[in-house]
Design a protein around this ligand. Structure first.
Ligand SMILES: C[S@@+](CC[C@H](N)C(=O)[O-])C[C@H]1O[C@@H](n2cnc3c(N)ncnc32)[C@H](O)[C@@H]1O
Length: 364
């Protein structure tokens, strides 16, 4: 039993069931035992591998995306380059290298801001980005005023979701208990929410999810873009049409595991509801572009040309790695359609690269 499971059992015995939101928040962010607070959460040594850890091409193209958008906005300065949840700092290091080569003016004018909760990852980011004097933030509130280019890869999926069970004409929050029959952590239906009568004609039991935390982050970003200009890019695995059922999943040592198994030692995520975050952004006055599948988006940004450049300078064993990394990022049966990209801009801003239907890769 993990130390966090022992703590959870005490708490459930004392105060009753915890909601899925509380369970996910504790499993990820408990100050001592939370998954992001200890160990090495991201990369080959961590539970899972993310796109920037698969290939340098990912961060390079996102850096060029930000630079091209900055130029299309009339090269405003000062300008902030912001990343939400920068992991090991790999994406930003690759992005800045590409920006420096392609658009040194942007590299000189930008100030770098990282929004990160994990002390372990802040240390890794500090060493990956030592030459770029980043400033760290707990939230968006402390960013300097002015236009920003913001990148967020696999950030929203790590935020605690709410789950509800719709059954017997009512809606109840889904909770975690200690099952008296098995003495294991188990999901259960909590008390019905007050005033929650639902249409009895549509009463097949089902799980519904909401993500107020993701909506909150996207609202804040969108409001800022609407007021101060700039663009944001959210990339995550998620869905593009309404969906029901639980999308909560856990990964430990690169394997899917039961979400209630070994809390604090597995990464917990949930799929992002792209239509909803696009809607939330629109309500704040920003314009949403996409969502577009990661494969189509990266192809529009020129990933195949970048792959061929790397191949031209690669030895035989490296060539195989470059080919398979590119395929992993863009193929529809790998990350190409499961991962979606949503662009946000302030009013009147140019269409960001990667979102035009017939865009040719040379445009950025
Ligand atoms: C799944 S990792 C992705 C890391 C990186 N973007 C990548 O692609 O490799 C999620 C990142 O978001 C950070 N994070 C999660 N919740 C956060 C929060 N509420 N505030 C700030 N950072 C958070 C994590 O510590 C981590 O850096």
């Amino acid at each position: 039993m993990t130390p966090l499971e022992a703590e959870l059992r005490d708490r459930i015995a004392r105060d009753g069931p915890v909601t899925v939101t509380e369970f996910m928040a504790l499993a990820l962010y408990h100050p001592e035992h939370g998954y992001y607070m200890t160990g090495e959460p991201v990369g080959k040594a961590g539970a899972f591998i993310t796109a920037p850890e698969i290939s340098q091409m990912f961060g390079e193209l996102l850096g060029l995306w930000a630079a091209a958008q900055w130029r299309a906005m009339g090269a405003p300065e000062p300008v902030s380059l912001v990343e939400l949840g920068p992991g090991r700092g790999t994406l930003m290091a690759d992005a800045l290298r590409a920006i420096n080569q392609a658009m040194p003016g942007f590299a000189q004018d930008l100030s770098l801001h990282l929004v990160e909760t994990s002390p372990v990852l802040r240390t890794q980011q500090a060493s990956a980005l030592a030459d770029h004097a980043p400033a760290w933030h707990d939230s968006l509130e402390t960013l300097p005023d002015g236009p920003m280019l913001l990148l967020a890869n696999e950030f929203l999926d790590a935020l605690p979701i709410q789950q509800f069970i719709r059954a017997e004409g009512q809606l109840a929050e889904r909770v975690v208990i200690v099952d008296p029959a098995t003495d294991q952590l188990a999901f259960a239906t909590g008390r019905a929410l007050p005033y929650s009568a639902v249409d009895p004609g549509q009463d097949a039991p089902m799980i519904l999810e909401a993500n107020p935390a993701a909506n909150g982050w996207v609202s804040t970003v969108a409001r800022r873009l609407a007021e101060q200009g700039g663009a944001a890019l959210f990339i995550d695995y998620g869905y593009t049409a309404p969906q029901t059922g639980s999308t909560l999943q856990a990964v430990a040592a690169h394997q899917k595991v039961d979400p209630l198994h070994q809390p604090g030692e597995a990464d917990l995520t949930a799929l992002v509801n792209f239509p909803e975050i696009a809607h939330v952004a629109g309500q704040e006055g920003a314009t949403a572009h996409g969502p577009r599948g990661q494969g189509a988006f990266l192809r529009n940004l020129g990933i195949e040309a970048r792959r061929d450049m790397l191949l031209a300078n690669a030895g035989e064993s490296q060539a195989g790695e470059i080919q398979s990394a590119c395929a992993r990022l863009i193929d529809p049966d790998q990350m190409g359609t499961l991962f979606q990209c949503l662009g946000l801009t302030g009013p009147g801003a140019p269409l960001p690269p990667g979102f035009a239907p017939e865009e040719s890769p040379e445009e950025i």
